[in-house]
Ligand binder design. Structure first.
Ligand code: S3P
Length: 432
């Protein structure tokens, strides 16, 4: 499937985007490990989260799906999972596999965790090495999947992380539920804290002291009753479109504004864009707000340090905004972009060059000197949802028509992406 996009009129209206991906994965996993029935509303019905859902069912957990976004998970407690009779296939879901390897390391039965060709290319040593230090018995394929996990005794210990990664932190805290003593994770930067918030809400013994999180095992998990808010990482594509499509003026309703996720709002504000928040509230322990988006002329900025961590998934689309910003937009400290679904620095630079962009790439980031005219082109989504969506946003301001090939992957995180853009008035559609 391809996406065809042409520049058009200003974006107007009021839209919602699907539920948060990070929270959807976590609510399934923690709901399965809880004692009793968890109700989940606002679940993200997408490729990545359905992959985790499928694996959870293969572990003997009953999950009823009432409609696309409403689920009931019949939790079977920390020690109730059953040995799966096939390898668990997480397809493209990096979060699903990295969180679940922590859970599987603590089980009394063996399991195999695997995924798509894309997932097979992603580094797993960042989770398997600290798990092994806890005593986990994991065989891997030179640091990649498939991961064979065998029963082991897990020791509670202190982990000093070298990368700011919520997937690694969460994996170790989940393994810590099965350890013989407290597990402490010290993180070098403010990676998203959804696991900590949810574990606390479920009654786990968790304490947080600055960048140090300690989980003391022994308490059963209570069931969950959650309304998952809209994903700011999906809203980000619309925020970016609002920044660069002239005269745009629209609202995105009830988006998660957890401060570990709102780096994109700060980066866009630095670039001169005003996004007003209204109807600020809290749902199931997470802050939410409606975002009022108005086009402004944007200027370059320098993004580095902790801000990178708090907007780690937003750089592909930030690159597109940078093409329209006056002056230099420089990103550093962002090595992690090279080990996402794709090497997002190289892949985005390569595709945007096809649209006429001049960009400098660095090992840990890039520099774009704007404003530059983009030209419509045939570009490739590389089976990376955020790349495919970012290129679609680029097509909204390019001259002529842009075709994004290999774009089906947008459904990994944002089903309805094309339709939401259409609602705002964009000239975009699926083509065969
Ligand atoms: C996620 C953490 C981030 C992010 C990913 C989702 C999560 O990965 O890129 O899309 O839900 O924990 P890292 O923890 O590897 O930075």
């Amino acid at each position: 499937m391809k996406i065809r996009v042409r520049p058009g009129k200003s974006l107007r209206g009021s839209v919602t985007v699907p539920g948060d991906k990070s929270l959807s994965h976590r609510s399934l996993i923690l709901g399965a490990l809880a004692e009793g029935t968890s109700d989940i509303r606002g679940f993200l019905p997408a490729g990545d989260t359905f992959a985790t859902l499928h694996c959870i069912r293969q572990l003997g957990v009953q999950v009823d799906q009432h409609d696309k976004t409403t689920l009931t998970v019949h939790g079977i407690g920390l020690h109730g999972l059953k040995q799966p009779d096939v390898p668990l296939n997480f397809v493209n879901a990096g979060t699903g596999i990295r969180l679940m390897i922590g859970v599987m390391s603590g089980q009394q039965f063996p399991s195999v965790l695997d995924g798509s060709e894309q997932l097979k290319r992603r580094p797993m040593g960042r989770v398997t090495n600290p798990l092994r230090a806890m005593g986990a018995n994991i065989e891997d394929n030179a640091g990649r999947t498939p991961l064979h996990v065998y029963p082991a005794h897990l020791k509670g210990m202190r982990h000093q992380l070298t990368v700011a990664s919520a997937q690694v932190k969460s994996c170790l805290l989940l393994a810590g539920l099965y350890a013989d003593g407290p597990t402490t994770v010290i993180e070098p930067g403010p990676a998203r804290d959804h696991t900590e918030r949810m574990l606390k809400a479920l009654g786990a013994d968790l304490s947080i002291d600055g960048n140090k999180v300690t989980l003391t095992p022994g308490k059963p998990l209570q069931p969950l009753d959650i309304t998952i808010p809209a994903d700011i990482s999906s809203a980000a594509f619309l925020l970016a479109a609002g920044a660069i499509v002239p005269d745009s003026d629209f609202k995105i309703i009830n988006v998660n504004t957890n401060p570990t996720r709102t780096g994109i709002l700060e980066a866009l504000a630095e670039m001169g864009m005003r996004i007003d928040l209204e109807d600020e509230a809290e749902t199931s322990g997470e802050p939410i707000a409606t975002m009022n988006v108005q086009a402004q002329s944007v200027r370059g900025t320098h993004i580095n340090g902790d801000l990178v961590v708090r907007m780690i998934d937003e750089f592909p689309v930030l690159m597109v905004v940078a093409t329209q910003a006056k002056g230099d937009t420089r990103v550093s400290d962002a090595h992690e972009l090279r080990v996402k679904e794709t090497d997002r620095i190289a892949v985005m630079a390569g595709e945007l060059r096809k649209m006429g962009l001049t960009i400098e790439e660095y090992e840990d980031g890039f520099c774009i000197s704007g404003k530059q005219q983009l030209n419509g082109a045939i570009v490739d989504g590389h089976d990376d949802h955020r790349v495919a969506m970012s290129l679609t946003i680029a097509g909204l301001i390019a001259e002529g028509e842009t075709i994004i090939e290999d774009a089906r992957c947008v459904n990994d995180s944002f089903p309805g992406f094309v339709e939401v853009l259409q609602t705002l008035g964009a000239d975009v559609s699926w083509v065969n």
